[in-house]
Write a protein that binds this ligand. Structure first.
Ligand code: HEM
Length: 416
């Protein structure tokens, strides 16, 4: 049997008001596969690389996604879809997110980065603090919005889509099966009030972009109905926005705490050189190791089977937690330190299933290369020109993503 926490562990954790990750960290101490109960419901936590591989990559038919709660907003979009329907949707979108396809978005990413740099330059001249989280959200939303619709982001759309990510953030990471669902109808209506007229207008004269990909697909095969186009657009916008913005926020915080790493990355080579890009990517990889923003990946056992030699019955919830795997001292030396150079070490041996900020297997992130590219492009523009100083360092809040527990306000200084 799987080593399991005491039956009252969940209740005691709930009463203590501690973060979800604290309960999971307790279970992890029992082994690479461990368990606890939410009421009568068994929950299995897999953090060891082999078990992670088994659940996400080797047996995706046995351990399936059941995104009930996210469906309120995302409907049958790629993130929440299942089975043959999911496979067909993924086939339509995948070719537009390969490394090569992502080149097509680079110009719009540069344009958005330039706009952020202009805002920062204006603030630096005035020496007033900025809401860095708002800037980074604006950047990542502008990028995915332009990639989807071919137009720059306007304020009304920005506001409505912030509502959308608040809808997702309001969903608890772990809840008893019978806990009441928050009523989010009003917020979902607000999102639809922006997205539906846009789809209707774009249909007659679509600009090049992901929305046009969906229209073209609908012309060729009976897959993308009007409703599914709405779901897919909202999925791409929400999946592609908060995670990227939050990653950037953690990265600027880490660089504030470790200014020598910014110096190191810039010294790796001149602007535009492959050596500098590689160093900046190492900053990104190490940030995603410490703060894999999608930190908890739930699955559901569709049939009986074994996991890491233990019996797992159909109906069990399986939690995969990149946050805990990425901080396992048996895999990562000095796991809590920010050491980007570890990603450039030619002797590094990380087993499969030890590093997966974008998930692994068939349900891995569609936008992984897109995200890394947009983050790198922004950093290549901002790091040489500015530093961001934070008056106080936030803690971590574990919701659907790992967020800083307060606003990110920073003073921007131009470097000469
Ligand atoms: C799925 C992380 C950016 C679109 C996922 C998954 C993870 C993830 C871990 C897998 C979830 C699971 O296995 O349950 C991230 C992180 C990002 C990021 C950390 C930024 C740093 C993006 C972007 C887009 C995107 C920019 C779109 C342009 C998606 C979609 C899925 C997904 C559509 C669902 C794929 C499927 O089920 O077939 N993401 N993501 N993500 N991501 Fe991302």
């Amino acid at each position: 049997t799987i080593p399991e926490l005491a039956p009252d562990a969940f209740l005691r954790w709930r009463e203590s008001g501690a973060e979800t990750v604290d309960l999971l960290a307790q279970a992890r101490r029992l082994g690479p596969v461990s368990a606890f109960r939410i009421g009568e419901r068994p929950v299995v936590l897999a953090t060891g690389p082999q078990a992670v591989q088994e659940v996400l990559a080797r047996c995706p038919e046995r351990y399936v996604k059941r995104s009930h709660r996210a469906r309120v907003l995302l409907g049958d979009g790629l993130l929440a879809a299942a089975g043959e329907q999911w496979r067909r949707q993924r086939r339509v979108l995948q070719p537009h997110f390969t490394g090569r396809a992502v080149h097509h978005y680079e110009q719009l990413m540069h344009d958005c980065a330039e706009e952020t740099a202009r805002r920062w330059a204006a603030t630096a001249a005035r020496k007033t603090p900025r809401r860095l989280d708002a800037d980074l959200q604006h950047y990542s939303l502008d990028v995915i919005w332009r990639a989807a619709t071919g137009r720059p982001l306007d304020d009304a759309t920005h506001r409505a889509l912030r509502v959308a990510s608040d809808v997702l953030a309001a969903l608890p990471a772990l809840a008893p099966a019978n806990s009441p669902q928050p009523d989010l109808t009003a917020q979902v209506d607000e999102v639809d009030a922006i997205v539906e007229p846009l789809i209707a207008a774009a249909r007659t004269d679509p600009a090049p972009g992901l929305l046009r990909v969906l229209f073209d697909s609908a012309d060729q095969q009976p897959l993308y109905t009007d409703r599914l186009i709405r779901d897919e657009l909202v999925t791409l916008l929400t999946a592609g926005y908060e995670t990227t913005a939050t990653t950037l926020g953690w990265l600027f915080l880490l660089l504030h705490q470790h200014p020598e790493q910014r110096t190191w990355a810039l010294a790796a080579g001149p602007a535009g050189s492959p050596a500098r890009t590689e160093a900046i990517r190492a900053l990104v990889s190490e940030t995603l190791r410490l703060y894999p923003t999608a930190w908890l990946l739930p699955r559901y056992a569709a049939e009986d089977g074994t996991l890491g030699g233990h019996r797992v019955l159909a109906g069990t919830t399986i939690l995969i937690c990149p946050y805990l795997t990425h901080r396992d001292p048996d895999i990562w030396p000095e796991p809590d330190r920010f050491l980007p150079q570890r990603f450039l070490d030619p002797h590094r041996r990380t087993p499969p299933g030890a590093y997966y900020p974008f998930g692994i297997g068939p349900r891995a992130c569609l936008g992984a290369q897109f995200a890394v590219r947009e983050i790198t492009i922004l950093l290549e523009r901002l790091l040489p020109a500015f530093t961001a100083a934070f008056p106080d360092i936030p803690g971590q809040r574990f919701g659907v993503t790992i967020q800083p527990d307060r606003e990110l306000t920073a003073t921007i200084t131009t470097t000469t």
